[in-house]
Design a protein around this ligand. Structure first.
Ligand SMILES: [Zn+2]
Length: 478
């Protein structure tokens, strides 16, 4: 099976050839956990979850890494507002994000590295860049010298003058060129800081992803993913850091970027204030519908969030679920009649080719929308036949219906769209619930009502309702 992918680096579709036969290595940029993640943060993990399931079904052994940026200005700022410790705040929201992903049926990654746990490796890499003349030290800060890496701009295709405009470059007259970016920042009072050869400080904005991807996947790994907003400067910088450090290219073989989620035509972002969290979306539309909606559009096309779009997704999913249930019911309850009603030739061909066509759609740059189209067609045509009043299940046509059911079941499994009733509402064990309830009680006792409310929301999203009584909190499943 030839798999083709659109590589941002070469700006064309290419055949995917893994670095190592039978193995695929994937790194996807994760979130900065300082608040509830918005629905835009769900797109890359859900898309990559399907890619991963598909590759595994093709026989590849997949190593999947997604990081947490747990040292960041936004976390520090929010922690100060809440009077919390920044790393504890990041930990809390990282856990909430992982719960969100589990709710959406995303399989756990192989590794979830955090910046705070990789400071030694980051310092080592920054030191290496200084030694190799790619970075310079300025009063406890370390900057990457963009001039030392002539290929800077190759991923985004931007010329130097374009890179300056619109980029979030820190203005600092001490820098050799304005485009130079911080690898290490000297400590400021009240911020998390670690000892380094340049004094106390913390990593800059981008170095973590180069360091952690190289640690877990090594240079020349297969896929690097993330949203299109990360192409410049984040991924451009990741390439510069990693390739300058290793003295060899490529750092990554294929760069895949998913498009934005929009709301009334605008990009959804915290800074624009038009944000829907994953939790809110799941509560309003159920996790399985949210996942199905995310897969209904090819990852490279923008996706619109709205009542209409989600309702359409709900109808689409229901069509597939109902077909699956109807066919299963037919096969299990109908007394097989004697007779030799054959399956119409065209339909029998359609059922036979369905899996191949589905696989071809997924192999074509992981086109989940096209793959779903194949399933809709299967359902439409099989329903016309098997749900017709004149239909009789016979020994001759039974295998065709069985095959249709098994193809629908398997392909849906690959997309992760079959949620059990339990998964759809809760994925918490009784012990986990008790633990969260206790954590909330403690938070309330400490008059930390924000944390208490956050835990109550977490439980609610999982279908657990709390009731505060004089004897303490009681809970029940919805
Ligand atoms: Zn990253």
């Amino acid at each position: 099976m030839v798999i083709t992918v659109y590589n941002t680096l070469t700006r064309q579709k290419e055949e995917f050839i893994p670095r190592e036969a039978g193995k695929v290595s994937i790194y996807v940029c994760g979130v900065t956990p300082y608040n509830y993640a918005h629905i835009g943060n769900a797109r890359p993990p859900v898309v990559w979850d399907c890619i991963r399931r598909f590759l595994e079904a093709q026989g590849y052994e997949v190593t999947f890494v997604q990081n947490f940026t747990d040292v960041d200005d936004k976390i520090i700022l929010r922690a100060q507002e809440l009077g919390k410790e920044p790393l504890a705040l990041a930990q809390e929201y990282a856990e909430i994000y992982l719960e969100d992903l589990a709710t959406l049926g995303v399989l756990p990654a192989t590794h979830y590295p955090k910046v705070s746990e990789h400071i030694t490796e980051i310092i080592e890499m920054v030191e290496g860049l200084v030694e190799k003349g790619h970075a310079y030290v300025l009063d406890g800060d370390v900057y990457f010298a963009v001039d030392s890496f002539p290929e800077y701009g190759k991923l985004s295709g931007r010329r130097p003058e374009e890179m300056m405009s619109g980029a979030r470059v820190e203005v600092d007259d001490r820098k050799r060129t304005p485009m130079d970016f911080a690898l290490w920042k000297a400590a400021k009072p009240g911020e998390p800081a670690w000892d380094s050869p340049w004094g106390k400080g913390r990593p800059g904005w981008h170095i973590e992803c180069s360091t952690m991807s190289l640690k877990y996947l090594e240079s020349g790994f297969d896929f690097h993913g993330g949203g299109v907003d990360l192409i410049f400067p984040h991924h451009e910088i990741e390439i510069a850091q990693a390739e300058a450090y290793n003295g060899c290219a490529p750092f990554v073989r294929y760069w895949l970027h998913s498009a934005f989620i929009t709301m009334s035509g605008d990009k959804m972002s915290k800074s624009l204030g038009n944000v829907v969290t994953i939790r809110e979306a799941c509560e309003r539309f159920t996790p399985k519908v949210v996942r199905f909606w995310l897969l209904g559009t090819h990852y490279r096309n923008p996706l619109s969030f709205g009542e209409e779009e989600l309702k359409a997704a709900a109808r689409g999913l229901e069509r597939l679920e109902t077909a699956k249930e109807n066919w299963r019911y037919l096969l299990s309850t109908t007394d097989q009649e004697a007779g030799a009603e054959a399956v119409p030739e065209q339909l029998s061909e359609l059922i036979r080719d369905c899996k191949t066509r589905f696989t071809a759609a997924m192999a074509d740059d992981f086109n989940t929308a096209m793959a779903l189209g194949v399933l809709y067609e299967l359902v439409r045509e099989v329903n016309k036949w098997a749900l017709a009043e004149s239909f009789k299940l016979t020994g001759a046509n039974r295998p065709a219906l069985e095959e249709a059911l098994s193809v629908l079941q398997d392909c849906g499994e690959l997309l992760g769209i079959w949620f059990t009733a339990e998964q759809a509402t809760t994925s918490l064990s009784e012990e986990e619930i008790k633990e969260l309830v206790e954590k909330r009680q403690n938070a309330r006792a400490n008059r930390d009502f924000k944390t208490a409310d956050a835990i109550r929301d977490t439980l609610k999203a999982k279908g657990i309702i709390l009731e505060d009584t004089p004897q303490g909190a009681r809970w029940k499943r919805l």
